[in-house]
Design a protein around this ligand. Structure first.
Ligand SMILES: Cc1cc2nc3c(=O)[nH]c(=O)nc-3n(C[C@H](O)[C@H](O)[C@H](O)COP(=O)(O)OP(=O)(O)OC[C@H]3O[C@@H](n4cnc5c(N)ncnc54)[C@H](O)[C@@H]3O)c2cc1C
Length: 714
């Protein structure tokens, strides 16, 4: 491959050098063409087919190799073959030449570019896939954009060759006609610049931007079409109504109030939503108590001969509720009312693109007319329809917090973050936990060694982690609840006292007007990059919008939803998902930002891996937490960070440095040059940067420096 590339580059180089060495450019001017017109014409009359073939091949070679003079060749085409045939021949020859140049650029340069700018190129490819042909067409329409540059740049993208050819041919047609037509008047032409008068050039620019304007108009018409069957209220009670008072809804309404909009936040259950009441807060509180118990179990590791803990599970669960109560004021109606939000307790239903009905507990209803709406209705645990599941009864992350007696034998269905966090917490609290996962490993979104480390730890703590086990049926046999799972074609019976279903979360899409308004949904509400639904004034944010299901991404989207809902069409922003971090709070903790190896491979993004093992870190050793690792993916040969995975104590906190670095474009060199306090876990961030530096030490220069020192020693 390398040889073929080299050979092609050499051939192109030689051809271009030949062009200039032999000064072939001297023949490519208007004067020579005029002088030779009669001779060329007579050759064409005597050899019509040969002249077409020769002209065609010459044109293709000239454009494929990006020789100057394509405009002159086009004029010659008009002069020799006339308007119709000249246009046909030039149109095909220029499109084929352009496509060859595009392919050569791709063959020679794309790998190199993607090695250096992998992630950015992936984003460009994504855009080109959606709209590349459209933009190429507009570029081609305006003949002032350099022909060779367009070929070169598009060759670096992932655009399909066929699309490139057709968009080029169609886009260049108008310009071709103008030049070929000018060629038919060759005798009258005084200069090449005369062909494109300012007026004509202006028309081309207009033609070029016409598709963009047309597309915008189509977009506006399409968006407004959805309003056609609805009667718009004469005036609005509110600028914004937000449906759902979880992380997304709270932040949306807070931002709206901060910019002095009149906003109503409607919550049908508890403000704070999942995160406060049944998600992040209770789970982290439970995990903390469980961690305390794990330290008691590990007392000898800390030099304590024996330690024991006496506790009631119900007290631990009471503490969980106490933690919720302590955090609750942050998300309370009082606080938000003080911030300027009108908080309404009740169930919201969108009844028109501008109207929301709020039904309160006492059955009374209020209709609010609003300029914009943000849907932030969240998600709920997904319960798969496994035969017998209703009969045995099940727990989910919604109701597990009501438990006051610890189940002796707990089955956790699901090896994702929620399933894994609760598996370890319940096991540490004393339940005999069996975690059942149908994939070959738990935490499947992370790299395999991450899953491996967590699984090892789970098993060491007495958890039965069953991989490749598909839950098939629940039965009650002699009064005992049993899960039948399929493993390698065999049925495995798993007796249990309680089962916790944690196999994913389904967006709340039903019962509040989406179907009636015809707002498209899949697994989540369909939105564009501005978080708009098909109704331009109705937005969605948080778990109901996806693609992430975290509190911090809900809050992040909320900013876009609020600002866009309040300020469109004056200004709107595309939601930026370039740097999204998350953590799974198992032990060892797992945190990630950006790409891991799995995703980089999947997306074909080249990367280099640098690792640092935490068992070498002084503070981790002092804390008896010397386990885990950091893995940093960088652009090959550069310190630019593509993604980081950290497994170990406080990984979720340690990752923050890399989140900032990625967001602000800070590379490993700068992290290495930053003081980190000794002895802290954060030093691991510096050490992994050091490992990268060692691997990229300038050996040649160091060899000279060594000689310099030897010389100075005399
Ligand atoms: C066990 C568990 C642990 C988690 N741990 C973490 C973690 O550590 N870190 C993290 O970032 N994320 C975590 N999450 C995820 C996090 O909780 C969610 O991503 C976050 O709560 C999503 O916020 P949201 O506003 O989109 O939805 P929600 O918090 O679900 O809020 C939606 C709200 O809308 C209300 N609503 C729905 N329909 C209507 C209607 N028609 N009218 C009025 N109100 C309505 C609901 O009652 C609800 O209060 C965890 C989740 C679970 C289940």
């Amino acid at each position: 491959m390398k040889f073929r590339k080299l050979a092609l580059a050499l051939t192109i180089g030689l051809a271009i050098a030949g062009f200039f060495v032999f000064d072939l450019g001297q023949y490519l001017n208007l004067q020579t063409l005029k002088e030779q017109q009669a001779a060329i014409q007579s050759f064409q009359t005597n050899n019509p087919l040969l002249s077409v073939a020769a002209y065609f091949v010459l044109y293709v070679i000239a454009t494929a190799l990006s020789f100057p003079g394509a405009a002159l060749l086009t004029l010659a085409g008009g002069a020799v073959f006339g308007l119709l045939w000249g246009t046909v021949i030039v149109s095909f020859a220029s499109s084929i030449g352009a496509t060859l140049a595009f392919l050569m650029s791709r063959f020679l340069l794309r790998d190199w570019v993607s090695q250096r700018f992998g992630q950015r190129l992936a984003a460009i490819d994504e855009g080109v896939k959606r709209e590349g042909a459209f933009y190429l067409f507009t570029l081609r329409l305006v003949p002032v954009f350099p022909f060779f540059l367009v070929n070169l740049l598009f060759g670096l993208t992932g655009m399909k060759t066929r699309a490139y050819y057709f968009a080029s041919q169609l886009g260049m047609l108008a310009g071709t006609v103008v030049y070929v037509n000018a060629g038919t008047q060759l005798a009258k032409l005084e200069s090449l610049s005369g062909i494109l008068s300012p007026g004509l050039l202006g028309s081309f620019v207009l033609l070029g931007i016409f598709p963009l304007i047309a597309r915008k108009i189509v977009e506006i018409v399409r968006m407004n079409k959805v309003f056609a069957n609805w009667k718009k209220p004469a005036r609005f009670d509110r600028n914004l109504v937000v449906i759902g008072g979880g992380s997304a809804g709270l932040v949306t309404s807070y931002i709206a109030a901060a910019v002095k909009a009149k906003v109503t936040l409607v919550e049908k259950h508890k403000l704070g939503g999942d995160c406060l009441n049944t998600g992040c807060v209770p789970s982290k509180a439970l995990i903390r108590s469980a961690k305390f118990l794990s330290h008691v179990t590990r007392s000898q590791e800390f030099g304590i001969h024996s330690a024991s803990a006496e506790f009631e599970f119900s007290d631990v669960m009471k503490r969980v509720q106490a933690v919720i109560k302590t955090v609750e004021p942050h998300d309370s109606a009082e606080r938000y009312t003080e911030l300027g939000v009108d908080v309404a307790q009740g169930s919201a239903k969108i009844v028109s693109p501008w109207e929301v009905d709020i039904t309160r507990e006492d059955g009374s209803t209020q209709r609010l007319a609003t300029r914009s709406i943000v849907i932030a209705t969240g998600a709920r645990p997904f319960v798969p329809p496994i035969p017998g599941i209703e009969e045995v009864g099940y727990l989910t992350s919604d109701n597990v917090w009501n438990l006051r007696d610890l189940p002796k034998r707990l089955v956790v269905l699901g090896g994702g973050p929620i399933g894994s966090e609760l598996t370890q917490a319940f096991a540490r609290l004393g339940a005999k936990v069996t975690q059942v996962e149908m994939a070959p490993r738990i935490m499947i979104r992370e790299d395999p060694e991450v899953s491996e480390l967590v699984t090892q730890r789970f098993r060491a703590e007495g958890i039965d982690v069953l991989l490749n086990h598909r839950a098939k049926q629940f039965i009650i046999d002699n009064g005992e609840k049993i899960l039948i799972a399929e493993h390698e074609g065999q049925d495995v019976r798993i007796p249990f006292d309680a089962v916790l279903v944690a196999v994913g979360r389904a967006a709340n899409l039903k019962g509040f007007g989406l179907e009636e308004l015809g707002i498209p949904t899949g697994r989540t509400v369909d939105t564009n990059e501005f978080l708009q639904t098909n109704y331009p004034n109705i937005y969605a944010a948080g778990d109901v919008a996806g693609p992430f299901q975290f509190t911090h991404t809900a809050a992040h989207q909320a900013w876009y939803a609020a600002v866009n809902a309040l300020f469109d069409p004056i200004k709107k922003f595309k939601a930026d998902y370039s740097v999204i971090p998350w953590a799974t709070f198992v032990e060892p903790e797992v945190a990630r930002v950006g790409l891991n190896e799995l995703e980089a491979k999947e997306k074909g993004i080249p990367y280099e891996v640098t690792t640092y093992d935490i068992d070498d870190l002084d503070r981790a050793i002092a804390d008896s937490e010397a386990h885990g690792f950091l893995k940093v993916l960088t652009v090959p040969g550069k310190d630019k960070i593509l993604g980081v995975t950290i497994v170990g104590e406080h990984a979720g906190d340690l990752i923050a440095e890399y989140v900032l670095a990625m967001k602000q474009g800070i590379g490993l060199n700068k992290i290495l040059g930053t003081i980190h306090i000794y002895p802290t876990l954060a030093e691991a961030n510096k050490y992994v940067a050091g490992n990268w530096k060692k691997a990229h030490a300038p050996h040649n220069i160091l060899a000279w420096v060594e000689r310099f020192h030897a010389w100075r020693r005399g």
